[in-house]
Every structure is written in structure tokens, then in C-alpha cells.
Ligand binder design. Structure first.
Ligand code: FE
Ligand code: FE
Ligand code: ZN
Length: 291
């Protein structure tokens, strides 16, 4: 069965997220580890976390994909911004130990003119400092659209970050602690032809990063054509991936959810909907396509 869900609000707590997920036919979900605009995280209510853990067990959920606030920039040119991102990520990873075995994805960041090499170096440094031996959460680098000076648009950049961490901290080597989350809107925006040649794109990922590193998928349609570097998500079937009028189609979506390299991973919807019914519909639709 397809493991699929959407991004949920943490406002009512962890157990409530599990209940909501269940009510819309999801068997995974994503959530921000704290307010996406940054700021302090609420102290963890362990009873509430335990409530979620029993739902995950009972309903055989796949792994959850926690998301670091997108305002973190671990490769900022400003030391204060970097230190803020580092402190928050380190704390997030400690808190995630209360819910062991899940995924934690983050945006590698924007080098803001320092150059790709310098940016990658700062991200490697950040990961070496926030990850710890024995951590039970797998940290995922999200593939990015390449908006502005974003790092992580190419598979090569993602591979260089992973290689850098493993070279410097061999005790943190392994696919169980560091991997990649592919975002379908972002990779199309980044220039990869997942509409015309998904197999070719996945083969390239395998050659550069290694498919064993791939741990989650953000499944989003895109408001813009391939290579646009805009990062504007569209509802499933409404954009350049799934809409036949824009050169995509249902077969593209079906190819994604049934691809041997992807079909067993957690799929997270980050599509624009005003309420949960939109996600319930997309979950049912993609489950149908997965067969
Ligand atoms: Fe993201
Ligand atoms: Fe995403
Ligand atoms: Zn995005």
C-alpha cells in the first residue's frame, strides 16, 4: 500500500495529528518541528507523543517526515543566522528522539553570493555539529528548485554535502542517519525532466547520490515549466506534471507513485489547499493510481 499523507498543523498536538492523518486516509504525514518563521519550540508533552506513537503502531504508519522551518539558513553569510539555524536544528534532533525512527528534512540553504563551494562547506560543517552518534532520526537534505542562490538544486550538490559529512565524521556515515528527500516540484523546477524521462532522472540520481539514500518524496505539481527555478507548488493534476494541457498527465503522476525507486517511500503532499478535504481527495486519487 502506498505510504502517503500531507503536511499537518501541530497546533492541537501530536496525537491530534495522528487522528487527523487517519481521518483523511493518510498513513504518514509531515509537520513543522516548530513555527516555520523560527522561534522557540513548545516543550514536548510526552503523553501526547505516546498517544501518537500508539496510532502509528496500530495503523501501521510509514515513517513521518518532520520539516525544519524553511527560514533556517545553515549556509548564511551571517554568523548569527547560521548559529540560529544550528542551535534550532540540534534541538530539533534531540526532541525527535522522543519519537524515534522518523525522518527530519531541511532545506540546505542559500549561499547568498558566497558561492556554491563555500555554501556546501558551511552546510557540511553545520551537519557535523548537529548530528550525533546514535541518533535515531534520519536527516534528509531536500532537493531544491534553485531559486536565487539555493543549494541542493543538483544531485551533485546533494552528493557533495553527504560525502563531505562522511569524510569528516566517519562515525556518522550511513543511509540510516543521512539521506535525501526529493520534491517533485523542485526537481522539475531545477531542470530535471521527470515528465519525459523519469527513469533517466532516477538513474542519474543513482549514479550521483545513490538510490539507497533516497528516503522520502514531496509529491507536488508545479505551477511552472521545467527549469523555471520558481518553487511554486500546484495541486495534483493542475500543473506542468499532471495537467495534459501543460504537457504532463496522469501517466506522469502514476509513473512517480509506481516507480520501483519511489513506490515504497513516504509521499508527502505540500499542495495548496484551503482545507483537509483537498488532501483527502489527492490521497485517494494517488492511491488509486498506485493500484
Ligand atoms: Fe521543504
Ligand atoms: Fe518540499
Ligand atoms: Zn517548495
Amino acid at each position: 500500500m502506498l505510504t502517503i499523507g500531507c503536511h499537518l498543523s501541530t497546533t492541537k498536538g501530536y496525537t491530534a495529528m495522528g487522528e487527523t492523518a487517519r481521518s483523511i486516509g493518510a498513513n504518514t504525514f509531515a509537520f513543522f518541528t516548530r513555527n516555520p518563521r523560527g522561534g522557540n519550540a513548545k516543550p514536548l508533552d510526552l503523553d501526547d507523543v505516546a498517544g501518537l506513537r500508539s496510532i502509528l503502531d496500530e495503523d501501521k504508519f510509514g515513517r513521518l517526515v518532520a520539516h525544519a522551518p524553511y527560514t533556517y539558513n545553515p549556509c548564511s553569510a551571517k554568523e548569527r543566522a547560521r548559529e540560529f539555524a544550528l542551535g534550532a536544528m540540534a534541538e530539533d534532533l534531540q526532541r525527535m528522539e522522543a519519537l524515534p525512527g522518523q525522518l527530519y528534512n531541511f532545506h540546505p540553504g542559500a549561499h547568498v553570493g558566497q558561492g556554491v563551494d563555500a555554501g556546501i562547506e558551511l552546510i557540511v560543517d553545520a551537519l557535523c555539529r548537529v548530528m550525533f552518534e546514535g541518533q535515531r532520526t534520519c536527516v534528509l537534505l531536500e532537493s531544491m528548485a534553485g531559486k536565487g542562490t539555493e543549494i541542493g538544486r543538483t544531485f551533485d550538490e546533494l552528493a557533495r554535502i553527504i560525502d563531505g559529512v562522511e569524510a569528516r565524521r566517519p562515525e556518522l556515515a550511513g543511509t540510516d542517519v543521512l539521506g535525501v528527500c526529493l520534491d517533485t516540484c523542485h526537481i522539475s523546477d531545477g531542470g530535471y525532466d521527470i515528465v519525459g524521462d523519469l527513469d533517466g532522472v532516477m538513474a542519474e540520481f543513482d549514479r550521483t547520490v545513490g538510490l539507497e539514500r533516497l528516503q522520502a518524496v514531496h509529491i507536488n505539481d508545479s505551477k511552472n515549466p521545467r527549469g523555471a527555478h520558481k518553487d511554486r507548488h500546484e495541486v495534483i493534476g493542475g500543473g506542468y506534471l499532471g495537467n495534459p494541457e501543460l504537457g504532463g498527465g496522469e501517466c506522469v503522476l502514476q509513473a512517480i507513485v509506481t516507480h520501483p525507486a519511489l513506490r515504497d517511500l513516504p509521499f508527502i503532499l505540500e499542495t495548496p489547499h484551503d482545507d483537509l478535504s483537498g488532501y483527502a481527495r489527492e490521497i485517494a486519487y494517488l492511491r488509486g493510481l498506485a493500484g
